[in-house]
Write a new protein. Structure first.
Ligand code: OFO
Length: 171
């Protein structure tokens, strides 16, 4: 059984993962509308991943005897300035998620909830991967700048970049 404190924080994390999914869905839709079909596919896939992250927490809370709360979500932006702006926002957002996971891990140790601590290690590994990927993409975009040919090639190639979980990678 999880404590009320951990249950509340896990529900907050669940909400943040759901917001991430909505946020990336809005980015994907914008990219698709602008003709960046590769970037759109990448972001649609990322949005699906975030939904899976949300579901994993939802199921965990219930499994541990708590009550998961399907959250109300805020409306994400519909307009973005550029691909750079999107991936800049995405990186900042992932850094926020990492901080939140770290806070949760810290609280688990304080309350000696080693089971949830263990559950959260998957998220700790995932965040390393997600931040690294966002930085790599942003570095590429910053090199390309406003060069149309470069952006065309970026959009063609980004589709093949997979958002992989560090936890699933062979050691
Ligand atoms: Fe769920 O990792 Fe991104 O937000």
């Amino acid at each position: 059984m999880i404590s009320a404190d951990i249950e509340k924080q896990l529900n907050e994390q669940l909400r943040m993962e759901a917001e991430s999914s909505q946020y990336y869905l809005a980015m994907a839709s914008w990219a698709e509308g602008k003709g960046y079909s590769g970037t759109a596919e990448f972001l649609y896939m990322h949005s699906e991943e975030e939904r899976a992250h949300m579901m994993k927490i939802l199921r965990y809370i219930n499994e541990r005897g708590g009550t998961s709360i399907v959250p109300e979500l805020s409306k994400p932006a519909t307009e973005f300035d550029s691909l750079q702006a999107i991936f800049d926002d995405l990186l900042k957002h992932e850094e926020l998620i990492t901080n939140s996971i770290n806070e949760l891990v810290f609280r688990c140790l304080e309350l000696r909830d080693y089971t949830t601590h263990n559950f959260l290690q998957w998220y700790v590994a995932e965040q390393i991967e997600e931040e690294a990927l966002a930085r790599t993409i942003l570095d590429k975009l910053n090199l390309i700048g406003n060069d149309k040919g470069g952006l065309y090639l970026f959009d063609r190639d980004v589709e093949s970049i997979k958002v992989q979980s560090a936890a699933n990678k062979p050691v």
